[in-house]
Design a protein around this ligand. Structure first.
Ligand code: GLU
Length: 416
């Protein structure tokens, strides 16, 4: 039978398994299986050629028992409501596992931002904020960047929100540029948080990171900073890197300087001098110590998991591994740093950004990094200890920690 790759079916199956281990009350389980609220809308955008194109878009507020819903807005041609539901569920577990006082949400726009002019993208971004402006806010739901969106899009959305409401409210959206109230250290935060978890995992596994080999899939904001930090902070040798156009390999290791120079020249990693072209499957199946998926969901599945050779997988992407692949990795003894733990650095610093916006006083990058490191180290050990205590794999341990916290808040509010 072929594996069900619907991300929401996967997110629900993961929760079901965790609920079984936790012996979670059936009513609570039923409540946590579904989003609390979702919005579907159409955004008409005047295109440069004078025609109007209508884009489908979503915002899902999965659960806000622990605080306002929080999560990015993805601009992607393959976006579906089920992808957004899954990502919103994972945000709920993410904010709980890293213990920031927020819930989980996610947004999506079905579009290919590469095919839009700057003006079209601006009108689409403003249209999105107009559609959700009554449902988002500092105390309701706070969006951020995700795949295909960036600080410029956050700026347009912030401006649209403030124009509608008539006052400044920088904390309504995070991942903003510094000059509009962004936080120092937010851009590299997801990658930085992931490096902290790799550092902690390596200590437990007795893995010497200096010169250990790694492959990175994805070269957007997260993947490119993962490369830089894995090289500078951990001393890893990154032998393979992939992006949406292809992948490259270099036995002696690829430096961030040479790959970013190629990105500036060609807009892709392919063609980096001294590297050899490989394909995405070769990248994932490379005999490396550490594999870092930093792109999108469903990359490690029942179809390729038995060929994965890494000892440690650090999931900087959301949902890169399917349940069938998880089973295989368990048998192979591969240590997984699960997505909503590994990539929680982004939302942790988003939370710091909201705090700074609230009191209008800004922290240094050093302070942000120190607090991020503390959050990620604590979260990593909470998950690792749970895995040891219960004799379960790390993804389930992360679920147990997170679901317990969310369920406690739901119970305290008297919802279930
Ligand atoms: N999009 C990021 C994530 O998936 C960040 C979300 C945020 O900062 O709210 O974790």
């Amino acid at each position: 039978m072929t594996e069900n790759l619907n991300p929401f079916a996967i997110a629900q199956a993961q929760l079901d398994k965790a609920a079984g281990i936790l012996q979670l009350d059936a009513d609570m389980h039923a409540f946590l299986r579904e989003p609390m609220r979702e919005f579907h809308f159409s955004i008409p955008v005047r295109m440069d050629n004078g025609r109007t194109e209508t884009f489908k878009a979503f915002r899902v507020q999965y659960n806000d028992a622990r605080g306002p819903a929080k999560g990015g807005i993805r601009f992607h041609p393959d976006e579906t409501i089920d992808t957004v539901r899954a990502l919103a569920a994972w945000m709920t577990w993410k904010t709980a596992v890293c213990d920031v006082p927020l819930g989980g949400g996610k947004g999506g726009v079905v579009c290919n931002p590469r095919n839009l002019s700057a003006g079209e993208l601006e009108r689409l971004s403003r249209g999105y904020m107009r559609a959700v402006s009554r449902f988002v806010g500092l105390k309701q739901d706070v969006p951020a960047p995700d795949v295909g969106s960036n600080p410029q899009i956050m700026s347009w959305m912030l401006d649209e929100y403030e124009t509608i409401h008539g006052y400044h409210e920088p904390g309504v959206i995070t991942g903003k540029p510094l000059l509009l109230g962004g936080s120092a250290g937010r851009t590299p935060a997801t990658a930085m948080g992931g490096m902290v978890t790799i550092r902690e995992a390596a200590k437990l596994l007795g893995m010497n990171l200096k010169g250990a080999t790694a492959a990175i899939q994805g070269y957007g904001n997260v993947g490119s900073f993962a490369h830089k930090l894995a090289y500078e902070m951990l001393g890893l040798k990154i032998v393979a890197i992939g992006d949406e156009f292809g992948a490259i390999y270099k036995e002696d290791g690829l430096t961030p300087a040479e790959v970013s120079a190629q990105m500036r020249r060609a807009g892709k990693v392919g063609g980096t001098p001294g590297s050899q072209e490989i394909n995405n499957a070769q990248l994932l199946e490379m005999p490396v110590d550490i594999l870092i998926p930093a792109a999108i969901e469903n990359q490690l599945t029942g179809a390729n998991a038995d060929r994965i050779q890494a000892k440690l997988i650090a999931e900087l992407a959301n949902g890169p591994t399917t349940p069938e692949a998880d089973q295989i990795f368990k048998q192979k003894g591969i240590y997984i740093i699960p997505d909503f733990l590994c990539n929680a650095g982004g939302v942790s610093v988003s939370y710091f950004e909201m705090v700074q916006n609230s009191y209008g006083y800004y922290w240094t990058e050093e302070l942000v990094q120190e607090r991020l490191d503390q959050k990620m180290t604590t979260a990593f050990h909470a998950v690792h200890n749970m895995a040891e205590e219960r004799g379960i794999e790390t993804r389930m341990a992360a679920y147990l920690v997170a679901v317990n916290r969310v369920a406690e808040a739901v119970r305290a509010r008297g919802w279930v």
